[in-house]
Structures are given as structure tokens and as C-alpha cells.
Design a protein around this ligand. Structure first.
Ligand code: SF4
Length: 150
């Protein structure tokens, strides 16, 4: 699973941050299908810098365990791809039962308070950006105003 589950400490040194900044600044804006996906990708990159500045801590709410889950090939359900916390197995119990059990409720409470290992993996972060309406509306407005200027 995720590297933090292996207790590998990541050293978020200044040079790492500068290097990432350079890579992001030098990368061509990736054209995604539709304006929304292109914006989400841009926000994802911008927030990557913030994630590194915060030494691998998220400042952005996560909706894993509320709107998504991770299902492994063995049938085990996890709140997300990064957390090594099995909520149950769909080969043993119906999904609805697992989704509403004590472990799942606790996992959601912890995620809501950002009490998790924290990550900024694309497949999880994209969903969180898309579900964060306030942030998205702000970015869409910025994009419209920017386009009007040029
Ligand atoms: S921030 Fe990452 S580790 Fe924490 S719940 Fe969300 S997806 Fe999982």
C-alpha cells in the first residue's frame, strides 16, 4: 500500500520543494477532457506545492470514505487507496452492512478531522477537488476573468 504505511519518512527539504516548483512551472498545462477537468488538474498541481510545504499534510478536505472507497481484488473494502484500514469484506458481508458498520463510521469521523496518514495521490485528490464547490467556483471565475482579459 501507500509508502507511509511502511513507516518510510519522507524528507520534505527545501530543495525538494524548489525542484517540484520548477517541474510544475515548466510543465505544459495538460489538456484534459473539458474545462472542468483541465481546471481540476491545474488545482491539483498548485496544491501539490502546498502539500509539500506542509510536510505532507493536507489542508484540503478529503471525501474518501464518504463518496468513494477502495476495493482490493480479495474483496476487502478500505476508505481510500492509502489507508491500511480494512472496513470489511464483500465476500463475507453485503456492502451496505460494511458501509454502515462501526469501523466505517469511525473511519469517516477520522477522515473528516483529517486524522489519517494524509496523502495527495491523484486518484483521491481529483475527487476531493471536484467535490469542493467553493474552491472550484473560485477557480472557474478566475479562469473566466483571465480569458476576458486576453
Ligand atoms: S487524505 Fe489520503 S490518506 Fe487521508 S483519507 Fe484522504 S485519501 Fe486517505
Amino acid at each position: 500500500m501507500y509508502y507511509k504505511n511502511l513507516n518510510i519518512d519522507i524528507n520534505y527539504e527545501k530543495c525538494f520543494l524548489e525542484e517540484t516548483r520548477k517541474i510544475i512551472a515548466g510543465s505544459q498545462p495538460q489538456k484534459r477532457k473539458g474545462l472542468l477537468n483541465t481546471l481540476v488538474h491545474r488545482i491539483y498541481l498548485e496544491k501539490s506545492i502546498e502539500f509539500i510545504q506542509q510536510h505532507g499534510r493536507r489542508t484540503f478536505p478529503c471525501f474518501s470514505g464518504f463518496f468513494s472507497f477502495f476495493l482490493n481484488p480479495q474483496g476487502e473494502i478500505f476508505p481510500c487507496v492509502s489507508m491500511d484500514k480494512c472496513l470489511g469484506n464483500i465476500r463475507e458481508k453485503p456492502f451496505r452492512e460494511i458501509w454502515n458498520n462501526k469501523k466505517s463510521i469511525e473511519a469517516r469521523q477520522n477522515i473528516k478531522r483529517l486524522r489519517c496518514i494524509h496523502c495527495w495521490v491523484e486518484c483521491e485528490a481529483f475527487k476531493d477537488i471536484k467535490l469542493n464547490n467553493t474552491y472550484l467556483i473560485k477557480e472557474i471565475l478566475k479562469e473566466i476573468l483571465w480569458r476576458k482579459r486576453f
